[in-house]
Design a protein. Sequence first.
Lengths: 167, 293
Amino acid sequence: MGWLAGRTARLVGESPAIGAALKAQGATFVTEGNCDVLVHVAASPPIKPVHELGHAEWRAALDHGLDQRFLLARDFAAERRAASQGGAVIFVGAPEQALGSDQAAAAGALSNLTKTLGVEWARDGIRINAVLTFEQGSTLGNLVAYLASDYAAYVTGAVMGVGLNDG
Amino acid sequence: MPVPNHHLVTTPPSFESPPYPADIFAGQTVLVTGGGTGMGLAMARAFAQGGAQVAVMGRSLVKAQEGAAKIAALGVKVHAISCDVRLPDQVAAAFDEAEAMLGPVTLLANNAGANFPVLAEDISVNAWNAVTRIAIDGTFLCSTEFARRLIARGVGGAIINNSAQYIWTGFPGDAHSAAAKTAQATMTKAMAREWAPFGIRVNAIAAGFFPHETSTAGRREGTTEVLQNMIPAGRTGSIHEFGWLSVMTCSPLFAGLTGQVILQDGGESLRRSLMMPDYVPPRERVEGPWGWR
């Protein structure tokens, strides 16, 4: 259909389904620099009882699931503003309560960060959304491609899952 | 106030460019409650853009027929039906009529609703019952009628519920609708769980403000204009982008999507600032731009 024809996208992290859907909708991939769309996919941390997590492991999960995502989005938004262009950020990861307490903290923080940045950057034309799910297939890919496109121009600050186990 | 020129306001593609092919629902029939006007008509038109045949249901047959004519103009078969979604016998009869005219209904859009701003102490029993039962009982009755038929045939399908962006925050000055729309969203998740084994998906849109000819703010001159700068996105929603997202959730593109309530409000419900206008109780803004009387 070409939802993203003429758009550039940066996909950080692993998701073959998202890569395929962005490509199928006409996006061109870049690995750095100013681009229209930023998709950040965080791999899930291993599940461990919270009282057996060392601080370094805890910090790594929060760094990966939250801090790096914020810093990347902040840099993306700065480049978009400098270019007087809008854009779209989609954070993708596992559901909030599905893994360990480190994931619960990171995903919960990410959810409210998504809602916050969605409003804070709204008048820059930059939309921020999050998909927290176990889904790895084409629905995830299509949903992310939709959120990246102007078809979702009125969707920002939204946090959603895909399937029943994502709540 | 108008949106300042240096703010970037993103708009969707035009109605003529839907995000799915014209045959994505070919051979399928959708039933849209309250499909003759407003948001229901937008859903119905979006389904028609994907090739679905459309049963347009409304309490007023005249309105349903007027809407049906607009949908038929998109080149699909349509049928208008009069039905009060609060009455189980009428709902069953409407599904019978829709299936007799168009074939098995495999898609359902629960849109029928009533809403008007009113102080809680001024809500009559009749008004409370009308607003809550059209949304809550109507969604229950139409969804279960739909699901029983699909389960009996052994085929899957999809439901989309038209909920609202104020379901998480409440909506002072609109107590009946605040209660009703949240019920729709929470039953969305419960029904999705119950019907997943039968291949029936259930999702909802928590919709922001999409002005149309019958929306409340449309009653006053210039009111919609005032709203643009109030919303983080810098504009109210275009009704066709609401129709498209509703329809997308039911499409094979989102075949794995179920139990989701997707916010589409341009950031309106998420506004929160250290500096906000002084709080004015709804009772004391009776004469304001969205006054109650």
